[in-house]
Design a protein around this ligand. Structure first.
Ligand SMILES: C[S@@+](CC[C@H](N)C(=O)[O-])C[C@H]1O[C@@H](n2cnc3c(N)ncnc32)[C@H](O)[C@@H]1O
Length: 258
């Protein structure tokens, strides 16, 4: 039997790592790092720093593999994601077959938490279902970019007793959800918040959260939307890539609750 640990490493700050994750890191023989190209070198640099910083008295190996890219043109989004996951599955299977010996422990260091917009667990389930590998896996939770965002802005996710929705820029483009007062938006490459300026919303925006490049902006959406768009564009150009998340809250809802 081979064991895989899916370890949530937090979303940017090496100190986001939990005690449980540190213990898990110290069980690992082989770390599998998926290389997303030079833009995101910084993310794998952080993964290596975490290994150097928290693993004591243990010899481990790092195996890097090229992460397949999602096809962006000429195919529907859902199909492109399915294709991507099946290519990733092939890569994972090869790594597990060729780089991990029987009885050894391998690990994927997942950005933030493995339950949030991440396919690692889905892919491992598909591999186990395929039946070609004797494999078990464990999941260690991590601090998501959502928690990093709310902590840095010192704000709660929800208004008192109200609902929160976590969604993507693509979904938000369909409109602000009727059944939630707070919406966290991830994976938004298109500044979708700019289309909601006629709503009475507060925005809490964060880029590169937990890293030395972190940027925070908050305020009434209609007052700060242009500033976010400008700062976001400049940061993206300066760094070659951007990771940002924002929380939109209907203004004044806590007053209604009292
Ligand atoms: C594929 S999802 C992975 C989410 C991750 N599993 C988590 O728990 O946060 C990637 C998206 O997460 C958000 N994100 C991740 N890390 C971030 C960070 N340090 N700062 C701002 N947003 C971040 C961005 O919206 C990015 O597009």
């Amino acid at each position: 039997m081979k064991t895989i640990l899916v370890i949530g490493i937090g979303a940017g700050n090496p100190e986001y790592i939990t005690v449980q994750a540190v213990k898990a890191l110290n069980r690992v023989d082989v770390f599998f790092l998926m290389d997303k190209g030079s833009d995101k070198d910084a993310l794998n640099r952080l993964r290596k720093d975490i290994c150097e910083r928290y693993i004591t008295d243990r010899h481990y190996r790092i195996v890097e593999a090229l992460n397949p890219e999602r096809q962006r043109e000429g195919v529907a989004y859902r199909q492109a994601v399915d294709n991507l996951n099946s290519e990733k599955q092939q890569t994972f299977e090869r790594l597990i077959a060729e780089e991990l010996a029987e009885g050894e422990c391998g690990a994927f260091l997942v950005w933030g938490d493995p339950s949030l917009y991440d396919s690692t667990m889905r892919i491992l389930e598909a591999i186990i279902e395929g039946g070609r590998h004797e494999l078990q896996y464990e999941v260690i939770p991590g601090i998501t970019s959502v928690q990093a965002l709310t902590a840095r802005h010192r704000t709660s996710l929800n208004h008192i007793g109200r609902s929160v929705q976590i969604t993507t820029g693509r979904r938000l483009a369909e409109g602000f959800p009727e059944n939630a007062d707070s919406v966290v938006v991830m994976l938004d490459a298109k500044n979708t918040y700019t289309s909601l300026q006629d709503h009475d919303l507060d925005v809490y925006w964060g880029a590169y959260l937990g890293t030395p490049d972190e940027i925070l902006i908050a305020g009434k959406l209609r007052d700060v939307a242009q500033e976010i768009e400008r700062v976001r564009k400049a940061a993206r150009e300066a760094n070659g890539w951007i990771m940002d998340t924002y929380l939109l809250k209907r203004s004044g809802q806590d007053d209604l609750d009292r």
